[in-house]
Design a protein around this ligand. Sequence first.
Ligand SMILES: N[C@@H](CCC(=O)N[C@@H](CS)C(=O)NCC(=O)O)C(=O)O
Length: 247
Amino acid sequence: VSPTYELYYWPGIQGRGEFIRLALEEAGAPYVDVARTPRGMLTMQRLLRNWPISGIRPFAPPFLRHGKLLIAQTANVLAYLGPRLGLVPKNEASRVAAVQIQLTIADFVTEAHDVHHPISSGLYYEQQKAPAKARAASFVETRIPKFLGWLEHELVRSSGDYLLGRRLTYVDLSVFQLIAGLSYAFPNAMDRTRGDFERLLALADRVSQRPRIAAYLGSTRRVAFNEDGIFRHYPALDPSEKTAAHG
Ligand SMILES: N[C@@H](CCC(=O)N[C@@H](CS)C(=O)NCC(=O)O)C(=O)O
């Protein structure tokens, strides 16, 4: 029997940890969200500073500990978990395709974060509101359509209802999370482009109704979206009318 998975991530937000939580939840895998347990934050901070076992110290959460292995980088963690949780086909072509999609989602997530932190991650949003507004306009106008358009196109080309064919994989769970996050942060912008991403939105909907995911979303294990996370709702960044990306 494999040991329990230990997930390490900031306890107050969905953030990048959520892509991993969703995979563990869908699989019904035994896991501990360590930083959300008593004294768990201390353990995580200590491990980030000085990992006591051999291996590469993580640069940043999320990371996973499984037996003797310590694995960081969201897409890398999912590539490790995928085959173990039955969330990716066994063949190599599917596995590398899943990694490719997940890394592209990671790029998109970084851009979604940079909307509210366009100048520096080391400053508060309140210290970079004007550039954030310009960044938000261009994110909504050009980046959401480009990234979601690419995913929609790959979904249309798929031989089944999921990105990699007839079975759900971890990238489909991540698509759900992307759509949920964008809909929370940019409800007006998402409403305006709904028609362009019909298949993707339908996929996100199907994922949300899977029994284990639905149970998870209704539980206290699911942290609510908030303005400390990656997908933040600031009304100033999501005007009801389309604005010019520059000017
Ligand atoms: N590419 C990494 C990014 C990890 C990352 O940026 N983690 C954030 C939290 S979501 C963090 O704690 N960053 C600290 C820092 O950048 O200084 C991944 O996908 O896991």
